[in-house]
Design a protein around this ligand. Structure first.
Ligand code: DQA
Length: 148
């Protein structure tokens, strides 16, 4: 059970970036939390971050045949990137959209997700725990798809 966690722009700054919105945990802290839970669920996870849209597109493409599922916090690209949306649709690797903050309770430009229509579902608003929920949902989807 291989799950790829992809993180978009500015998420490398978690911990110091707008802590009132995103919390004090760094991306490394969040990864450690997810790894703990993944161990218990016997899931193999990989965690990556990039500030570059094309790199995220390349990673989504490479996930075909190498990952069972992608958990994606596309950060600001959520609201702007047709390229990410097309990559998810093109490779067909099931993808779950996650956000730390409740994007629907924030500025109007964050209410629209270009990737949501090609994702299985969206988890947002639970801070670092959105990542753990993303993992739980991913495992549930994979296990259900393998159970006859
Ligand atoms: C975010 C929400 C996005 O609107 C924002 O651009 C981010 C982080 C979140 O995790 O809450 O960078 O994806």
């Amino acid at each position: 059970m291989k799950i790829l966690f992809l993180n978009g722009p500015n998420l490398n700054l978690l911990g110091q970036r707008e802590p009132d919105v995103y919390g004090r945990a760094t991306l490394a802290d969040i990864e450690a939390q997810v790894r703990d839970r993944a161990r218990a669920l016997k899931a193999d996870i990989e965690f990556r971050q990039s500030n570059v849209e094309g790199e995220l597109v390349a990673w989504i493409q490479q996930a075909k045949g190498t990952a069972d599922l992608i958990v994606l916090n596309a950060a600001a690209y959520t609201h702007t990137s047709i390229a990410l949306r097309d990559a998810i649709a093109a490779v067909g690797v099931p993808t779950i959209e996650i956000h730390l903050s409740n994007v629907h309770a924030r500025e109007e430009f964050r209410h629209k997700s270009l990737i949501a229509p090609v994702c299985l579902g969206q988890i947002c608003g639970f801070g670092a725990y959105s990542y753990v929920l993303g993992l739980e949902a991913a495992v549930n989807v994979i296990v259900s798809s393998k159970t006859p």
